[in-house]
Design a protein. Structure first.
Ligand code: KIV
Length: 264
């Protein structure tokens, strides 16, 4: 069993091997996903919605992220572990250093932050200090109130060009991975081709270097809502382990997502 590192993920992009990512929030699911061979596990601040039942991710605290990161780390042997920085835990560079340190100490191998240009100093600062960073562009759920809802981003030409510029700037500042959420397939393809770091999509079409789903969505157990970009693998397989294995297989073979789970 060889541990997945950031170098593994970059090599996978270079070799055209797609990257699978699932969210997990506890040791048991992390272990199950790890055993099925998922490449990366994200402790997403989506836990605010799927575990805590909140309407959005804004109430999630750094203490909660630390708690869940520690649990996931304990269940994971092979997969690369990424932890989300929660809302307003990286508003200043100093705050970013303090809170990213807490997540790394809890067992994360990378931290994820939502945003573009305003984040560049923090991304650079973390990278220079040895903390790997994953960017997150497109639909950034922590800005849901500014965006006017959970909506597809980058449909206007100007917006799409801006997003591409921000992605390039994040890579230049030292980000080593990028999550792209809810953008048209054509824009996701442009970003994926322009960047040398891996781009992981969610609602970003089949052309990205990898795919991530929130575990509750892929099991079809999210409280009120099934996003268009997700697929209920548990309903197809009737067994949790088989559902995870099929998700990974479909990502690897480029069978998920199809146009049905993508946006134009
Ligand atoms: O919080 C989360 O689970 C995420 C994924 C949707 C990428 O950021």
């Amino acid at each position: 069993m060889k541990k997945v590192t950031i170098s593994t993920l970059i090599k996978m992009k270079q070799q055209g091997e797609r990257i699978s990512m699932l969210t997990a929030y506890d040791a048991s699911f992390a272990k199950l996903f790890d055993e099925q061979g998922v490449d990366t596990i994200l402790i997403g601040d989506s836990l605010g919605m799927v575990l805590m039942g909140e309407d959005d991710t804004l109430p999630v605290t750094i203490e909660q992220m630390v708690y869940h990161t520690r649990s996931v780390r304990k269940g994971t042997q092979r997969a690369f572990v990424i932890a989300d920085m929660p809302f307003m835990s990286y508003a200043t560079t100093e705050q970013t250093f303090t809170n990213a340190t807490k997540l790394m100490a809890a067992g994360a191998s990378m931290v994820k932050m939502e945003g573009g240009s305003w984040l560049l100093d923090s991304v650079r600062g973390l990278a220079e200090r040895g903390i790997p960073v994953c960017g997150h562009l497109g639909l950034t759920p922590q800005s849901v109130h500014k965006l006017g809802g959970f909506k597809v981003q980058g449909r206007e030409e100007q917006q799409a060009d801006d997003l591409l510029k921000q992605a390039l700037a994040l890579e230049e500042a030292g980000a080593q991975l990028l999550v792209l959420e809810c953008v048209p397939t054509s824009l996701a393809n442009r970003v994926t081709q322009a960047l040398s770091i891996p781009v992981i999509g969610i609602g970003a079409g089949p052309g990205t270097d990898g795919q991530v789903l929130v575990m509750h969505d892929m099991f079809g157990i999210s409280a009120n809502y099934m996003p268009k970009f997700s697929k209920n693998y548990l309903a197809i397989c009737g067994d949790i382990r088989k559902a995870v294995a099929l998700f990974i297989e479909e990502v690897k073979q480029g069978k998920f997502p199809t146009d049905e789970e993508s946006f134009s």
